[in-house]
Design a binder for this molecule. Structure first.
Ligand code: PXP
Length: 240
């Protein structure tokens, strides 16, 4: 059965709007776990715009499911990951001016750097996932640098509005999921997934985990964190 990992960065975004101490992402993680998710994701950005080092340290001690640290392949953050030891690190590209991660990591173009960071994280006993666009070249490169998983970028799929575009992007994700699984990589998907567009992906049997943040946080504002997570868990696991 597929897993749901919940990204709680936006709780920290709300806290940082006042540079205060509420709402606390640590509380959000505990409630998301009560809602039945299988893991918690945070992105420690180099500019620390939302998640802070303190959050990561406390979450490492309190999370009872699995902690996935999203991060740029940057030396400072790699050193932090090796000290904190999340269960998984997901390598993403990072641009300071972006609102959110805009595209997959170019593993082909940054082969040596990614290979080196994967080896360092493996040396610390941490699994590594690479966030990649749905192309066979990036997936082959992910396998070549010895990543454990790929997280296929679903941003273009999520933004598609016309049926022909939705069909094309679904097929591309399905093809890549099949390819990645065939070369021994665990398959995850994420970016822009919500309560409406997830349905088409749940028939892709190779998808082991969904990584979802914004839509769950948006719903949690109105119905509460635990319920928002529980509702997404039932979609991911096809529970009716
Ligand atoms: N996966 C990755 C690699 C991301 O960078 C993000 C955004 O932080 C997500 C998944 C979650 O995307 P969303 O917030 O749109 O659900």
């Amino acid at each position: 059965m597929a897993k749901l990992a919940v990204n709680i960065d936006h709780v920290a975004t709300l806290r940082q709007a006042r540079r205060g101490d509420e709402p606390d992402p640590v509380t959000a993680a505990a409630l998301a776990e009560l809602g039945g998710c299988d893991g918690i994701i945070v992105h420690l950005r180099e500019d620390r715009r939302h998640i802070q080092d303190r959050d990561l340290e406390i979450l490492r001690k309190t999370i009872t499911t699995s902690l996935n640290l999203e991060m740029a392949p940057a030396a400072e953050i790699v050193a932090i990951a090796l000290r904190i030891k999340p269960d998984v690190c997901t390598l993403v590209p990072e641009k300071r001016e972006e609102l959110t991660t805009e595209g997959g990591l170019d593993v082909v173009g940054h082969y040596r750097l990614v290979e080196d960071v994967v080896a360092k994280l493996h040396g610390g006993g941490i699994s590594v996932s690479l966030f990649v666009d749905p192309t066979a070249e990036q997936i082959d490169a992910a396998q070549a640098v010895k990543a454990d998983c790929v997280e296929i970028h679903t941003g273009i799929y999520s933004r598609a509005r016309v049926k022909a575009d939705i069909d094309r992007e679904t097929a591309s994700i399905e093809r890549c999921a099949h390819h990645a699984s065939g070369v021994g990589l665990e398959v995850r998907v994420g970016h822009g997934l919500n309560y409406h567009n997830i349905g088409r992906l749940t028939s892709i049997s190779e998808i082991a985990e969904y990584s979802i943040g914004h839509s769950i946080m948006a719903r949690a504002v109105f119905v509460g964190m635990e319920r928002a997570v529980r509702e997404m868990v039932s979609l991911v696991k096809n529970i009716r």
